[in-house]
Design a protein around this ligand. Structure first.
Ligand code: NDP
Length: 241
């Protein structure tokens, strides 16, 4: 029987690459998304991966959505907490809405998505939780107090949960991507990219979503059973944690 994997924000960008790579590796994948129905429908059409719409910042929606996935696809064995947003601005201009929206979507979502599936993983004696943080959670970034705080929180969550569940066959790891060529980064003007971003990346290019997806596939595998609580930097050498 194929293992079941859920990818939050799994219909676009890095999440879509993760969903496709897990499917190619033999998993039964369910991809969650927030509201972009057209993109989700096109993704489903292209990949055959079922899509589920709910807001990861809402605990009740996560619990109900995951219950639906478990009844339609099967018990969740691999959870990839990938959904994330930015609401960038200097802290002295930041509104409470910009702060809470980012913390709720990028950090509280890890509680909302993981709590409903952890009991099942513990009872079955197997689980993989893979969180997608960011280089900016490791080093901080101007204009991103909200984002950097949320992503640093993802790393702390990973380390604590890993300790609690290691004896139950569950590994919990976090990946910190650097600049990845998704719609968000492709929208940056060529000039800015060449002058201000690429010179700081020693390998001299942006990362590809598939490069993050391959990290996820490895961490999900049986081969990675001795790796837990670890932070995997995939940033082209931009920041050495
Ligand atoms: P995208 O903006 O391309 O895609 C985000 C995905 O998350 C979409 O599927 C979106 O759904 C979903 N999503 C957003 N908010 C919610 C929500 N509240 N509930 C459910 N789903 C939600 O993001 P990226 O692929 O660029 O980023 C993916 C992850 O990687 C994020 O956590 C990001 O912080 C992190 N990251 C990205 C980097 C980059 O360079 N791109 C660098 C470092 C980290 P919908 O389509 O419906 O909006």
């Amino acid at each position: 029987m194929a293992r079941v994997a859920v990818v939050s924000g799994g219909t676009r960008g890095i999440g879509a690459a993760i969903s496709k790579a897990l499917k190619a590796a033999g998993y039964s994948v369910a991809a969650n998304y927030a509201g972009n129905d057209a993109v989700a429908a096109a993704f489903k059409q292209e990949t055959g991966i079922p899509v589920y719409k709910w807001d990861v910042s809402n605990y009740k929606q996560c619990a109900e959505g995951l219950k639906q996935v478990e009844s339609e696809v099967g018990p969740v064995e691999v959870l990839v907490n990938n959904a994330g947003i930015t609401r960038d601005t200097a802290f002295h201009k930041m509104t409470p809405e910009q702060w809470y929206e980012v913390i709720n979507t990028n950090l509280n979502s890890l509680f909302n998505m993981t709590r409903p599936v952890i009991d099942g993983m513990r009872a079955r004696g197997f689980g993989r939780v893979i969180n997608i943080s960011s280089i900016n959670g490791q080093k901080g970034q101007f204009g991103q107090t909200n984002y950097s705080a949320s992503k640093a929180g993802d790393i702390g969550f990973t380390k604590a949960l890993a300790q609690e569940n290691a004896a139950k066959g569950i590994t919990v790891n976090v990946i910190c991507p650097g600049y990845i060529a998704t719609e968000m980064v492709k929208a940056v003007p060529e000039e800015v990219l060449k002058k201000s971003i690429l010179p700081h990346i020693p390998v001299g290019r942006l990362g590809e979503p598939e490069e993050i997806a391959r990290c996820v596939v490895f961490l999900a595998s049986d081969d990675a059973g001795f790796i837990t609580g670890s932070t995997l930097s995939a940033n082209g050498g931009q920041y050495l944690a």
